[in-house]
Design a protein around this ligand. Sequence first.
Ligand code: ZN
Ligand code: FE
Length: 251
Amino acid sequence: MSFEIVTVPCREDNYAYLVHADGKTALVDAPETAPLKKALADRGWSLDEIWITHHHDDHTIAVADLRSGAVVRGAKADEYRLPELDVAHEDEDTFEFAGREVSVVDVSGHTVGHIAFYMAAEKAAFTADSLMALGCGRVFEGTFDQMWASLSKLAALPSETMIYSGHEYTAANGRFAATIEPENPELKARLERVAAARATGQATVPSQLSEELATNPFLRAGLASVKSSLNMPDANDAEVFAEIRRRKDSF
Ligand code: ZN
Ligand code: FE
């Protein structure tokens, strides 16, 4: 029983992931052909599946080059604008990969039809541009309410879940997070760890959900301390999330 997740840096700041379980390999998102082909060749692996989180080019452009024979999965809601799907999934679908259960979670907001792939027994969630390390994706297509609902679903997963997100934006996200909670000691400590990792070119992903809950301002919009520091003591959680997201957009 072997299980391994390999993080593959692609393009400027994208991450793709190879999920390798008992001789089977799935790719989560396909940002760039060459580094993914190399990561597979270096290990002697070939793709059995490709799991697409959302339609943006920086997550899908290499599907055509890499798919030969692989089962391609994505959201039914996005089927019209994704590479051709072999399996089109709806929210809360589950499927089996190498004897393991994978759940599909609709996390619309960044785009409508963005999905995450969650492997409960392996404590792994592939969240791409929904929940990110110290941040979340910009709300391009959905509403702030929808993004808040999506983040709330992810926040409710077991706190030891590892969050495999789509980009190396953590340092910049951290600079923004410090403007929302400058006195949060766990955030300060995390920013030091992030700076040290980036200084040596290490990835800051995956991150554990527990540390996101303690430091990610987008998951902390419901806290009374955050509301009062934004002068929004009586606002509902989604309104506070929207305010934080707007501030980040112009940060
Ligand atoms: Zn995106
Ligand atoms: Fe992206």
